[in-house]
Design a protein around this ligand. Structure first.
Ligand SMILES: C[S@@+](CC[C@H](N)C(=O)[O-])C[C@H]1O[C@@H](n2cnc3c(N)ncnc32)[C@H](O)[C@@H]1O
Length: 188
């Protein structure tokens, strides 16, 4: 094989640099937030959605919405509720926004923000798939801001000091449990 055969073209170099920038940006935000943009599987989403009541009063938040798949599934299931995905990492957030520009879902918005700085007083339901350290920081905020009756569904990592009313461990959702909490529930 000659040297000319091995040399990469200008177009290939641009693609490689673009992929490198994307990868480094995703990695940098994973280090910053402590949570990778790992999406829930379709099976996990189905179990999370099943744990939500048929009617929800208020905004449904996907805290750390990643590539936006869970938020989109929620928005389709609850077309009358505003659904807000909150995501800090720019690449997954941009992907979710771009998909929404193509396949519109009028009740869905994606906010690029730190979920720990967002006000949740208008929440009717919260869904999250985060990591223990973020859940620890989130717990006092949920205590302060959520109204009685708000449903919280968390995949894999529980809300510190709260007692779930349901823990779903189903083959469909993968190896980790899905926790459901109802704010104001005496068992909580
Ligand atoms: C494991 S992914 C879950 C994605 C989506 N909710 C799902 O279930 O498919 C968690 C996301 O939370 C985001 N995240 C973590 N901490 C955050 C913070 N403080 N503010 C906003 N987003 C955050 C991460 O960037 C990551 O994309």
């Amino acid at each position: 094989m000659s040297g000319a055969d091995e040399a990469i073209t200008g177009a290939e170099a641009i693609v490689l640099v673009a992929l490198l920038v994307l990868g480094i940006t995703i990695l940098a935000y994973t280090i910053r937030t402590g949570v990778p943009p790992m999406p829930t599987s379709p099976g996990t989403r189905a179990v999370m959605l099943r744990l939500l009541p048929p009617q929800i009063d208020g905004v449904i938040y996907d805290l750390g919405s990643g590539w936006g798949g869970l938020s989109l599934a929620i928005a389709k299931r609850y077309p009358r509720n505003p659904v807000v995905g909150i995501e800090l990492s720019p690449i997954p957030w941009l992907f979710a926004r771009a998909r929404l520009a193509i396949w519109r879902q009028p009740n869905l918005t994606y906010r690029r923000a730190d979920l720990l700085n967002e006000r949740l007083y208008d929440a009717g339901a919260i869904l999250c798939y985060l990591m223990p350290r973020v859940m620890q920081k989130l717990a006092p905020k949920l205590d302060d801001e959520l109204r009685p009756g708000t449903v919280v569904v968390a995949y894999s990592f529980a809300v510190n000091h709260w007692r779930p009313d349901t823990v779903a461990v189903e083959a469909e959702s993968g190896p980790a449990p899905v926790y459901r909490y109802i704010v104001g529930d005496p068992g909580r």
